[in-house]
Design a binder for this molecule. Sequence first.
Ligand code: IPE
Ligand code: IPE
Ligand code: MG
Length: 236
Amino acid sequence: MNEYKIPNHVGIIMDGNGRWATKRGLKRSAGHSAGYKTLKKLAVHILNKGVKYLSVYAFSTENFKRDTEEVNYLMNLFVSKFKEEKDFFMKKNIKVVFSGLKEPLRSDVWESMQEISKMTKDNTGGTFNILLNYGGQSEIVEAAKKIVKDVIDKKLNINELNTENFNKYLFQDLPPIDFMIRTSGEVRISNFMLYQVAYAEMYFPKVYFPDFNEKEFDIALDVYNKRDRRFGAIKK
Ligand code: IPE
Ligand code: IPE
Ligand code: MG
């Protein structure tokens, strides 16, 4: 029997909070609050399984197009939870990092992000990458700008740039995503980690994110284990 495979890096597009709430006659914000509760339990479960890197899409740059009320609710939720959960992440030995642009985030949001990443930077029990004000295309464009700067400053010989060390110019220097999950039944990428998903296995369960519990993740892992990853080679 083959060994049960645990992906090194899991990415989750946490979608369907709004529909989860609307279906129950609740405001969309109730869906975000329920999604947060799911995420807290799920993140611990996933890292306990032996996954080393977990990237979650919390807010895309494009999500600023939503109503001010919803954007404000989410920003307030981020600030309050980043403050509230610091001890939790320390206790669980989880390193929190962020991917995304600073502008146009509110300064209190940015500061709470800095605070939690600074506090947890030496933790070794898994890396939790939160995508906030994130877009995959802008991550690549920002990388291109940093590369040009390093070349001009003679810190980088352009001939030495390759697909491996290119990672160092992204928001976070992370290994490739092995398994990408998008909840809610939508089958699209929506600008999620375009560089890192190059060879990811993808899974699109129908459940809305607040219902994507530990059991659902275990089902997803079974699906991952049935996949045949080839990376362009011919199967022997
Ligand atoms: C995902 O759920 C959470 C964020 C984008 C912040 P949605 O808010 O997109 O929920 P739906 O897709 O409208 O149901
Ligand atoms: C992607 O979901 C962003 C997050 C989950 C944070 P969206 O709900 O914003 O994506 P679209 O608009 O359906 O593509
Ligand atoms: Mg959505």
